[in-house]
Design a protein around this ligand. Structure first.
Ligand SMILES: [Zn+2]
Length: 177
């Protein structure tokens, strides 16, 4: 359990105060949000965090997950998570699905939905990239940060308590196909 020691506001749009390369104190950012290090000349930008999510459809129903952890604990989302540094989004999604559901999926490489949303109490901006995938091995069972799974049909979608509305749009679109 990570506990904040001090209430220091910090999000992924807060400018860097020190150069990540050499530790030189940085001045005020330009209107674009970038700031240039006077020592090494590198420009630094803060940015949205990339996250991936997936619609898995089988026999006319789509798989949704119940969140086991904060933020948005107990609400509905889809399998997925944050892309790791240097990771291809589709490979990151396959890794997340393996961790959360214990299954292997084949992800269609072309994203079907892009969205932005905020995540957590600091209001971090996230760039959400959503894909379609099919199960190639295993039967999904909840693990890691997933408390439960549900297979839902089109008529269930309106009643689901989605943590982020773009996941509702993703599931709706996937079930229309
Ligand atoms: Zn520098």
């Amino acid at each position: 359990m990570i506990q904040a020691r001090k209430d220091v506001p910090f999000s992924n749009t807060t400018p860097y105060r020190f150069c990540p390369a050499d530790g030189t104190p940085l001045g005020d950012p330009r209107p674009s949000g970038g700031v240039t290090c006077p020592e090494c000349g590198r420009s630094w930008y803060r940015n949205s965090a990339p996250a991936v999510g997936v619609a898995i459809v089988r026999s006319g129903k789509a798989l949704v997950t119940v969140r086991a952890r904060e933020p948005e604990k107990g609400r509905v989302d889809v399998p997925g998570g944050f892309v790791e540094v240097g990771e291809h989004p589709a490979r990151g999604l396959e890794r997340e699905v393996r961790e959360e559901l214990g299954i292997e999926v084949e992800v269609e490489e072309t994203p079907v939905l892009l969205a932005t949303h905020t995540y957590g109490p600091d209001g971090n901006w996230v760039l959400a990239i959503s894909f379609l995938a099919r199960i190639v091995e295993g039967e999904p069972s909840p693990a890691d940060d997933v408390a439960g799974i549900r297979w839902v049909s089109a008529e269930d979608i309106d009643d689901l308590d989605f943590a982020w509305e773009h996941d509702r749009r993703l599931i709706m679109a996937a079930l229309e196909d």
